[in-house]
Design a protein around this ligand. Sequence first.
Ligand code: TA6
Length: 298
Amino acid sequence: MGAEELTAEFGIAGILDFKHGLVKAVTSLDGMIGELYLQGAQVTAWQPPDERPVLFTSPNSAFAPGRAIRGGVPIVFPWFGTSRHTPTAPQHGFARTATWHLDGVETTGSGSLTLTLSLGDGDVGSPFWPEWFRAIYSVTFGQTLSLRLAVQNRAMHPILFEDALHCYFAISDVAEIAISGLAGTTYIDKTDAARRKVQTADLVAITAETDRVYLDTSGQCVIADRGWRRRIVIGKDGAASSVVWNPWAEKAAAMIDLGEHAWRGMVCVETGNVGDDEVRLAACGEHQMSTVIAVGAL
Ligand code: TA6
């Protein structure tokens, strides 16, 4: 559907509008701002009243059909990174570049707006993962940002997949933040030949390229940002992994959709089921994972 048809069916005057180009939904409600592209069902902005933007989205992103948008919350599915089974398949799966269907819009009395989107095997027809599935994604923009991804197995056999909500957070400066909630867990260090290490320090500080898949983590993560004196709290459910990523200067310089200096103002803290934590979903079963993101003063 194009922007006009979406506005006719789902638009709410003064609250929800749809923009041309790569089609996106733009919401503004009681001082809160939110934005979501139908491609990838990708949230690219969320800003509660009187707050700075919480998500980082690169203005250098391609914003073009079939090209991944750099920032916001890309949905990683059905594999994370390079597919272990088919290394030639596109990085991080097909969900982030496919166009999702907008199935419903709902406002609630508490100043929030929920968009529900879906994607099925018929929409993607991927040769790399020819499974029968339906994914349903609900996004609630409000005082918090709530994201829930449900995957239904429509086949008569179990399916295996990885998923992640690859959140890019806006920060004052990478030197000014510390991430808590991961102490004592084991991570795969993708910057060091995928060696497994234990997070011994209470806090994760970003002092070099960082690319870590933390396994078997169920608690919330908190980004404490001294520069902006705020905390971003990332709660999760149904997600056994957390991923922490910052490309640092050299890698960032090679990423034209990021730009040379933007890496200092972003960090990814992702919620998902990755690597050892991949999901094995029984025939006709459903798996849900969700994250709730909140901000507050430090
Ligand atoms: O989640 C971390 C990661 O897998 C990194 O290895 C890094 O490459 C990043 O995602 C971004 O991947 P992308 O395909 O969006 O360039």
